[in-house]
Design a protein around this ligand. Structure first.
Ligand code: ATP
Ligand code: MG
Length: 138
């Protein structure tokens, strides 16, 4: 069981003014913020981050979108962090997300679904290391 995960508040949710509400839901669910930054990534950086999806038909659209505006990136801590955070954000497609999940409330579409959450302990570590140095974690 891991105790850390990595998240991004995606450009759609930032544009729509949902940063505060999403952070509030994350805190209310018992996650502690270990590291956080507000930044815009380049298309190349998005391509690197989502490299596992490079063969998928939506890769171009996804990386274009993720580099289209600022995001909030964060490392979060809680018992069972990866799985519990996936539960909190809900299904990838907001049309299938459970009531009360972040994506149900704030996502607009399958492609623009408000938040990212790591899918494994291994990827949580890789993704956290992509954005943050040791000096940026508390
Ligand atoms: P994330 O990794 O962003 O937390 P996820 O793990 O729920 O999302 P993945 O399968 O990893 O889903 O897909 C990564 C992202 O690619 C999704 O969040 C979504 O924005 C986009 N995506 C996935 N499937 C499609 C699709 N069929 N069409 C368009 N975009 C898609
Ligand atoms: Mg994923």
């Amino acid at each position: 069981m891991s105790n850390r995960t990595f998240t991004m508040i995606k450009p759609d949710a930032v544009r729509n003014g949902h940063i505060g509400n999403i952070l509030q839901m994350i805190n209310a669910a018992g996650f502690r913020i270990i590291a956080m930054k507000y930044l815009k990534i380049s298309k190349q950086q998005a391509e690197k981050f989502y490299e596992v999806h490079s063969e998928r038909p939506f890769y171009g659209e996804l990386t274009e979108f993720m580099s289209s505006g600022p995001i909030v990136a964060a490392i979060l801590e809680k018992d069972n962090a990866v799985a519990d955070f996936r539960t909190l954000i809900g299904a990838t497609n907001p049309a299938q997300a459970e009531e009360g999940t972040i994506r149900k409330k704030y996502a607009t579409s399958l492609g623009e679904n408000a938040v990212h959450g790591s899918d494994s302990d291994e990827n949580a570590a890789i993704e956290g290391n992509f954005f943050f140095s040791g000096l940026e974690r508390f």
